[in-house]
Design a protein around this ligand. Structure first.
Ligand code: NAG
Ligand code: NAG
Ligand code: NAG
Ligand code: NAG
Ligand code: NAG
Ligand code: NAG
Ligand code: NAG
Ligand code: NAG
Ligand code: NAG
Ligand code: NAG
Length: 774
């Protein structure tokens, strides 16, 4: 599994490197050289305050050291202080803004002693114009971050952090930037493809110009570009005779383009420039894609054709760093979803990082983006935050091809037709090209006001996952299923083989049912990745319904998703078991149905080199699944003499296309590090998440390893977070799987050497090259 993943990852990186985030000209990230003073003390925001004792940190940042489990909300439930000293660049004539991509949760910004209006709520960007408060040199910005449980969505319930499904460690958890722009500048562009399936297709470009004083005559030019080539363009002149925002619309034709879809995510750029007094003063770029989406009572249509949604929900929580992950880690999660053959993801339950979304645009993953919230609805002022979040979310993301639905209701909340009519209408007013939705826990239509009925279906019968029949009078989509609500409460590495193997089966069962009737549109399983929580079925303050653990290690359950791709793009053989004969949960407990997932037609199984069985896929139970599972009978294995070796050959149309060998003998077992990112930027921000575990001599996972894994890091890198007392990760805490976040040091390029050692499993070493940042 790991080998195939690595190859795919390399391919993805090769194809998609070089694509960059677009936006307005004049933006400089200021994530380096921040000072963190810990708990806020009165006066620490004042310009003259002595911050020499503050800790030097980079953004994204979390206010408290975190382990990978056992997070304690009391450790961040305080008010915190950050400071940053900066000079303006030499070319600063004009207006200056400071932009925050997200801060958790309530933020008060003080610039050179001037207090700006407090911003409430995380997950969405906010900005301040600071033109009147900045000087050439010696500026001091103080950011007071209130990370206490607050009366802002998703928070607010008197029951506290236990009342919502995910923990939210505080901090400045996404980028901070300075934006230096002229007196009149482009503050927003909404680039919207229309009539996409006809040759009269166009891009409607809505440009918002923000003017400090009326500029009079202006000119806007919008170009449709691909790889730097201008495909078409339109220029128009207008007169602006007042200050503030004015919005102008022009259309660009787009006769010859390639459509965007999960299998070919063709991206184009809309580059818009503003001319004042004969000079181009500002430029703004958006990535777009041409696609038409429609949820109907006959299911979901993409580009005019019925399209089956196959996907997962994703949280943005990471071990050791909470919601404060680097660009690279955010992007990696999208790559993982692509490896799992997902064509859609739901950003449960808040707007997620723009880096994650950039990758969804590039990789062809359709996105449900939703406002922060979880089951609770507060009073009128709380609801006003939901409305403003719908506004900010739609404005932020409405040009993205990946986004196909706006979640404008609080996840699984009581139906509030007044509030939800308002949020729906607002989303439509800001973007008439997408439908809206919100997830429900019953199929009740009374008081429902959305465009697409989204149902979280957690039904099962006799250990099998099932779905309620779809509603047929409204467009319908399953937005959560399986999870850990019915059947096992957890899918942990410390659980037995039958539990872990079943996760793949349960997910396959609901996708199979969803594919049996067009009215389902498709299904998003719960969920992609484990996450930290105090709510419901948690263990050590982690929830374990993920197909991937918090270290981003693939569980046996992921085998189903991994193998649903075309074998021509990579033939895979993924056992959903460990070929292990230890006393805790040997593979023989799986009886005659040890499950192997594969996109081959036939598997030939050999034991100790002798033919053992010819396996065929279970097309009877999984008649709507592209690649059903195979079962291996372990009851006929003879383990008295020596532990057997299993070899599997996979055939497609009679041709051998894949092989896999698993060792029964523990001779040759060793510890192995998985490193996704051998190259990082030496900026003190860039980081990677490594994992380590015991494997057999062929590299297959060996479960339930115990003993201590000791980590040592040499060179210009550091391990982030807490835990690892004496640099030791006790493997038994997590059934043999561990991980660490390694971050570079600003301005120190070089080789970071990470070594994991274990008393009986030996050691493994990887090298990370920290390169000078551009
Ligand atoms: C932390 O969460 C627990 C469980 O919800 C709650 O009892 C406690 O009050 C919380 N602490 C704070 C300071 O919010
Ligand atoms: C102008 O539009 C931008 C982008 O939508 C927004 O952030 C800003 O608050 C607006 N300014 C005013 C004065 O409305
Ligand atoms: C731009 O295209 C839209 C959609 O086709 C159309 O409604 C609108 O009239 C066009 N506007 C201009 C200025 O051509
Ligand atoms: C979506 O489908 C509905 C129902 O078939 C149809 O009325 C509507 O025009 C379609 N919209 C688009 C954008 O195709
Ligand atoms: C809503 O409740 C909060 C917290 O109890 C309170 O501060 C606020 O004044 C209330 N707002 C309204 C409009 O009732
Ligand atoms: C899909 O489900 C609906 C609701 O149960 C049912 O009426 C319809 O016949 C089903 N269609 C197919 C093709 O099974
Ligand atoms: C799998 O095998 C075990 C042991 O032989 C048996 O108890 C169980 O019913 C089987 N499960 C299925 C789904 O066939
Ligand atoms: C299992 O292997 C042992 C050792 O080779 C042999 O003595 C025994 O007969 C075998 N049992 C069966 C059921 O084949
Ligand atoms: C593992 O490390 C811990 C903490 O350093 C130590 O207390 C424990 O004895 C070690 N266990 C083994 C088996 O070495
Ligand atoms: C794995 C699985 O679902 N097996 C089932 C396939 O269908 C037969 C007949 O309906 C059942 O007996 C199996 O349990």
């Amino acid at each position: 599994m790991l080998r195939a993943l690595l190859v795919l990852t390399l391919l993805l990186q090769a194809v998609f490197s070089g694509a960059s985030t677009t936006g307005p000209e004049g933006v400089t990230l200021i994530n380096q050289n921040w000072l963190f003073g810990g708990e806020y003390t009165t006066g620490s925001e004042a310009p003259g305050f002595d911050d020499s004792g503050f800790q030097r940190i980079t953004i994204p940042h979390v206010v408290t050291p975190l382990g990978w489990e056992q997070w304690d909300n009391n450790t961040w439930n305080k008010v915190w202080i950050y400071r940053h000293h900066f000079d303006l660049s030499s070319d600063h004539s004009g207006r200056t803004f400071i932009d925050f991509d997200s801060v958790l949760t309530v933020t008060t910004v003080v610039i050179n002693g001037q207090t700006l209006p407090t911003h409430e709520g995380g997950y969405l960007p906010f900005s301040y114009e600071i033109t009147d408060y900045v000087k050439e040199t010696g500026n001091i910005i103080a950011v007071i971050v209130d990370a206490r449980w607050s009366y802002v969505n998703p928070e607010g319930s008197p029951a506290g952090p236990e009342s919502i499904d995910y923990l939210e460690p505080g901090g400045i958890n996404r980028d901070v930037s300075l934006r230096t722009v002229p007196s009149s500048f482009i503050s927003d562009v909404f680039a919207k493809p229309v009539n996409v399936l006809s040759t009269s297709r166009q891009v409607v470009v809505e440009t918002t110009i923000d003017s400090a004083k009326a500029p009079g005559q202006i000119k806007i030019n919008s170009q449709l570009q691909h790889a730097g080539d201008v495909l078409s363009q339109t220029t128009k002149s207008w007169k602006i005779s007042q200050s503030g925002n004015s919005t102008f619309t022009l259309n660009i034709s787009a006769p010859n383009i390639k459509l965007w879809s999960p299998s070919s995510p063709n991206l184009y750029q809309v580059v818009t420039s503003l001319t004042v007094d004969g000079h181009v003063v500002h430029t703004f770029s958006r990535n777009i894609g041409f696609r038409e989406t429609n949820f109907t009572t006959d299911g979901f249509f993409l580009n005019g054709e019925r399209f089956q949604i196959f996907g997962l929900d994703r949280h943005q929580l990471f071990p050791y760093i909470g919601m404060s992950a680097s660009e690279r880690l955010q992007k990696r999660d999208a790559e993982i979803l692509k490896e799992l053959n997902c064509n859609m993801v739901r950003c449960s339950h808040y707007p997620q990082s723009r880096y994650f979304l950039d990758m969804c645009d590039q990789l062809g993953i359709m996105v449900w983006q939703e406002v922060p919230g979880w089951q609770f609805i507060g009073n009128a002022s709380w609801q006003q935050h939901v409305v403003s979040d719908v506004h900010d979310m739609v404005i932020r993301d409405r040009s993205r091809p990946s986004i196909i639905l706006w979640g404008v209701q609080v996840n699984e909340s009581p139906l509030e037709p007044g509030l939800y009519t308002q949020t729906k209408n607002l989303a439509h007013a800001l973007d008439d090209s997408r439908q809206t939705s919100g997830t429900e826990t019953s199929q009740e239509l009374v008081n429902w006001v959305g465009d697409v009925f989204a149902y979280d279906d957690y039904h099962s019968k006799d250990g099998n996952a099932i779905l309620l029949p779809p509603l047929t009078t409204v467009p319908y989509l399953i937005t959560e299923s399986v999870g850990a609500l019915d059947g096992p409460k957890y899918f942990r590495w410390i659980d037995q083989q039958d539990v872990m193997q079943d996760q793949a089966k349960l997910h396959a069962q609901v996708h199979d049912i969803a594919a049996s009737n067009n009215s389902y549109s498709g299904l998003l399983g719960w969920c992609a990745i484990d996450y930290q929580s105090l709510n419901g079925n948690m263990y050590e303050n982690v929830k374990w319904p993920g197909l991937i653990d918090t270290f981003r290690v693939y569980k046996p359950g992921a085998a189903f998703y991994l193998t649903q791709g075309d074998p021509a793009d990579g033939a895979l053989i993924e056992p959903a078991f460990y070929w292990d004969f230890g006393s805790f949960s040997p593979v023989t407990t799986l009886g005659d149905n040890a499950t192997i997932w594969s996109n081959c037609d036939t598997l030939e199984a050999y034991i100790n080199g002798r033919h053992y069985a010819t396996l065929s896929p279970d097309t009877a139970n999984f008649s709507h699944t592209a690649h059903p599972p195979f079962y291996l009978d372990t009851t006929k294995l003879n383990t008295t003499a020596a532990l057997p070796e299993l070899h599997l050959d996979g055939y497609v149309a009679g041709k051998k296309v894949a092989s896999r060998t698993l060792s029964g003998s523990t001779e040759g077992d060793h510890i192995r590090i998985t490193l996704n990112d051998p190259k990082l930027e030496a900026d003190g921000i860039d980081s990677t998440l490594i994992s380590f575990r015991a494997v057999d001599k062929y590299g297959n996972p060996r479960p339930y390893a115990s003993g201590n894994a000791t980590i040592s890091i040499r060179g210009p890198g550091e391990r982030v977070g807490s835990g690892f007392a004496n640099d030791v990760f006790p493997l038994s805490d997590n059934g043999g799987v561990g991980g660490a976040v390694i971050r570079t040091v600003a301005g120190q390029p070089g080789t970071i050497v990470v070594k994991i050692s274990h008393a009986t499993l030996g050691s493994d070493t990887v090298q990370i090259h920290a390169v000078k940042s551009i």
